[in-house]
Design a protein around this ligand. Structure first.
Ligand SMILES: C[S@@+](CC[C@H](N)C(=O)[O-])C[C@H]1O[C@@H](n2cnc3c(N)ncnc32)[C@H](O)[C@@H]1O
Length: 226
């Protein structure tokens, strides 16, 4: 089935947020990174400006910049209203209020939109839908990231997660997933299955991070080769 833009929530975070969600050190920022479900985040753009290497993977990169602008505009009102109506489920310390949330997210997504066409030509934004196999050779990347895609969208199911993460661990020596809560801010049942499954052949850790916007959403899943 074709990936349809109407089913997607394009909503993007920035480099500082990626650094704290994934505990990224300066040395790690110099590694070869691939980011799955990277959407309209400004992570790729900002890393590129600092001469760092990031490839972003997402099926929304098959759409034109105008289609993405339109969809981001529609999504913004829905997400901002939902967050306002559920404000008690979020931690308002780093991001102080709804206005600030809107400003931070829109400025990240505007940087993405400005960068998208040139980044796509340069091969930094790749239109690809997980869990399909990517074209990369084994171990091409040091680090594979998933921010607000896997586990958050637990409804994608266990088989989807197993296939997607197996592919991520084929192309990257280590993967990190944040958050490990679903959209209702609960740890989904599939998390324990993933820890058990990948624990057989990989080193699996749940690590505390210095980022918490969803209440109790301050942990990432880290899986690396033994
Ligand atoms: C909430 S956004 C998060 C964007 C970005 N990672 C961030 O944290 O700012 C979720 C992203 O997952 C992407 N996504 C959904 N299904 C996907 C799939 N099957 N393969 C890859 N990405 C997918 C969506 O297109 C969307 O851009």
């Amino acid at each position: 089935m074709a990936f349809e833009l109407k089913n997607v929530v394009p909503w993007g975070r920035n480099l500082d947020e990626y650094k704290s969600m994934f505990n990224l050190t300066d040395a790690e920022l110099n590694k070869k990174i691939i980011s799955f479900g990277d959407g309209p985040a400004s992570f790729n753009y900002s890393m590129f400006k600092f001469n760092k290497s990031v490839i972003s993977i997402d099926p929304i990169y098959g759409f034109s910049v105008d289609e993405l602008k339109r969809k981001i505009k529609e999504t913004k009102d829905i997400v901002i209203n939902q967050t306002r109506n559920n404000a008690e489920n979020f931690v308002w310390t780093k991001i102080k209020n709804i206005q600030e949330l809107e400003t931070i997210r829109l400025s990240a997504m505007n940087l993405f939109l400005q960068d998208f066409e040139s980044g796509k030509r340069e091969g930094r934004y790749i239109n690809h839908e997980m869990p399909d196999k990517t074209n990369f050779a084994d171990s091409t990347f040091d680090l594979g990231l998933s921010s607000h895609f896997l586990i958050l969208y637990a409804q994608l199911g266990l088989d989807f997660h197993l296939s997607a993460m197996t592919e991520m661990l084929r192309v990257a020596k280590e993967i990190r997933i944040f958050p490990i809560l679903d959209l209702d801010a609960h740890k989904p049942a599939l998390l324990a299955h993933l820890v058990e499954h990948f624990g057989k052949n990989f080193k699996v850790e749940i690590q505390r991070v210095d980022y918490e916007f969803q209440k109790n959403g301050n942990e990432m899943l880290r899986i690396k080769r033994k």
